[in-house]
Design a protein around this ligand. Structure first.
Ligand SMILES: Nc1ccn([C@@H]2O[C@H](COP(=O)(O)OP(=O)(O)OP(=O)(O)O)[C@@H](O)[C@H]2O)c(=O)n1
Ligand SMILES: Nc1nc2c(ncn2[C@@H]2O[C@H](COP(=O)(O)OP(=O)(O)O)[C@@H](O)[C@H]2O)c(=O)[nH]1
Ligand SMILES: [Mg+2]
Length: 195
């Protein structure tokens, strides 16, 4: 129980649409603050890459741009958090929660995050960035059809998560149409306020 409080004091959720720049900002946060970066998408892709039976099921869901079952992702995040609990300076949870139900389960099983960084870009910007990323990412879901589905699901399921945390006053909305370093300057301000 003590450990739970310690690790959550500086836990940050990174939210925003596909291609909004979450991963890019997370990398910079890790470099500056040494936080433990847990990308739910990366954890899932690692499971797919392992070639396991579960990975095969996940791959089929992700290729369609749909959400994998809630418990699967939450357990992965929780295990990864516990594994780093002794050395972590704070957690940066990227791409989770994806729907309000996931947020509620996170609260129940892990606790209340300190801050939600919401990187916001226009739909057309996100599509453009993902199409460009798709030229080199090798990701099965960086194609026009799946990008459209991911965007639809984002507006339908994930934006309400931001509203859910807004009621608690922990959301900082950041315009990620700006150049990467300008976005990061705003991110830094928000994180420094946590201290
Ligand atoms: N909590 C999560 C996180 C990811 N996914 C699945 O993994 C895919 C990729 O997730 P992620 O890497 O977070 O992708 P996006 O946010 O769509 O894009 P990006 O990597 O660009 O952030 C999602 O479309 C979804 O199928 C999921 O089901 N549940
Ligand atoms: N111009 C511009 N491009 C960005 C910015 N942030 C990310 N990108 C690009 O957009 C693409 C998607 O970014 P990524 O960090 O993977 O976004 P995520 O899907 O939210 O994790 C990448 O190819 C980045 O190089 C930004 O602030 N400005
Ligand atoms: Mg990402």
């Amino acid at each position: 129980r003590v450990q739970k409080i310690k690790i959550l004091r500086k836990s940050v959720l990174m939210s925003g649409g596909p291609g909004s720049g979450k991963g890019t900002q997370c990398e910079k946060i890790v470099a500056k603050y040494g936080y433990t970066h847990l990308s739910s998408g990366d954890l899932l892709r690692a499971e797919v890459a392992s070639g396991s039976e579960r990975g095969k099921q996940l791959q089929a869901i992700m290729q369609k741009g749909e959400l994998v079952p809630l418990d699967t992702v939450l357990d992965m995040i929780k295990d990864a958090m516990i594994a780093k609990a002794d050395v972590s300076k704070g957690y940066l949870i990227d791409g989770y929660p994806r729907e309000v139900k996931q947020g509620e389960e996170f609260e129940k099983k892990i606790g209340a995050p300190a801050l939600l960084l919401y990187v916001d870009a226009k739909a057309e910007t996100m599509v453009q960035r993902l199409m460009k990323r798709g030229e080199t990412s090798g990701r099965a879901d960086d194609n026009e059809e799946t990008i459209k589905k991911r965007l639809d699901l984002y507006y339908k399921a994930t934006e309400p998560v931001i509203a859910y945390y807004e009621k608690r006053g922990i959301v900082r909305k950041i315009n990620s149409e700006l150049p990467v370093d300008e976005v990061f300057a705003i991110v830094v301000k928000a994180i420094d306020e946590l201290k």
